[in-house]
Design a protein around this ligand. Structure first.
Ligand code: ZN
Length: 346
């Protein structure tokens, strides 16, 4: 099969296109002809090399995918050859105490497709049966591939872990990026008021289209000052910060007494300075979240299929130009998701 892979860690230039052996569906496995794959910041971290994690090389990047079931292994009953599916990128054992509680992302042997295993940026992948989620004909593969990681991550962070309630006010930083576009829509579906912050007016225009109530350009405006003005000096009930180092201190300041700061990543760095007084005096809750359970994916997918939310594809690249796609992601200039079209299809 054709695949994008790297034989050493580094910048986008280490990505190469070549032939690798086709994977084979073993018992409980599903072989998928990949039609589209999408990029996440995770792919950049893994490509650069994660401290303490030694991956077998060559490594195929990519956590998200959508395609058609081409073969099934022994014992597979939930999907059939020819089904259109998207891939849930969270791998869990299904047997540990956390899996049995339905908390797959706390699994003791938790993995992400494309991080600890070979990824989706190729023509064929094998995933466990429970990771293949059937989708209807009218959802194009390019859109389907853009959904799983960001929507399940945003849903778990804001709803399952963050307990967002109607009439609450949410500040979303990096609101036009992949997770951000999911966060805005989920907050609106939940009945919250959304303050969206992003670094350009183009990005904020997309936030407005997705339902954001207040737009803040943080390259021009003083974020905490504007948040105070918009919340009658109170601060927001929930602040969503996956930017990390550049914004963390401001996020604490923007959050109301007793409010929650939720985080699922750190795109600008993971070691910000924290003034603990902001946390204890003002009784903030800091809530970490990563990936999600199958339910954290199925619920937002249902809302998308009902037309209450939508995937946002910013740009589509052919498989041959995956390195350019990584460069665009690193530039942080694009709104919405970057999708790799692996094979022609609807
Ligand atoms: Zn488990």
């Amino acid at each position: 099969m054709k695949a994008v892979y790297y034989e050493e860690h580094g910048g986008p230039e280490v990505l190469q296109l070549g032939e690798l052996p086709d994977p084979v569906a073993g018992p409980g496995g599903v072989l998928i002809d990949v039609k589209a794959s999408s990029l996440n910041h995770l792919d950049l971290w893994v490509r650069r090399g994660l401290p303490g994690i030694k991956l077998p090389l060559p490594h195929i990047p990519g956590a998200d995918a959508a395609g058609i079931v081409a073969a099934i292994g022994d014992g597979v009953t939930e999907v059939a050859v020819g089904d259109r599916v998207l891939v849930n990128p969270t791998l869990s054992c299904g047997r540990c105490e956390f899996c049995l509680q339905g908390d797959a992302s706390l699994c003791r042997s938790f993995k992400i497709i494309g991080e600890q295993t070979q990824g989706t940026c190729c023509e064929k992948i094998v995933v466990p049966e429970q990771n293949a989620v059937t989708i209807p004909k009218d959802l194009p593969f390019v859109e389907a591939a853009s959904i799983p990681l960001v929507f399940l991550t945003a849903w778990r962070m804001m709803i399952t872990r963050g307990r967002l309630r109607p009439a609450e006010t949410v500040l979303i930083l990096g609101a036009a990026a992949g997770v951000g576009i999911a966060c805005i829509q989920i907050a609106k579906v939940a009945g919250a008021r959304v303050l969206a912050a992003a670094g350009s007016d183009d990005k904020l225009a997309l936030c407005r289209e997705l339902g954001a109530d207040v737009l803040i350009n943080y390259t021009r405006e003083d974020l905490p000052k504007r948040v105070r003005e918009e919340t009658a000096k109170r601060g927001v009930d929930m602040c969503v910060d996956y930017i990390g180092k550049d914004t963390w201190v401001q996020s604490l300041i923007c959050t109301a007494k007793g409010g929650r700061v939720v985080t699922c990543g750190a795109t600008t760095g993971y070691d910000p300075k924290t003034d603990l007084r902001h946390i204890f005096f003002r009784q903030l809750e800091i809530i970490g979240s990563t990936m999600g359970s199958k339910n954290d994916l199925i619920t937002p997918l249902g809302l998308i299929l009902d037309g209450k939310m939508r995937p946002v594809v910013g740009e589509v690249f052919p498989l041959e130009q995956t390195a350019d796609a990584h460069r665009l992601m690193e530039s942080r200039t694009l709104s919405g998701k970057i999708v790799i079209r692996v094979a022609d299809s609807e």
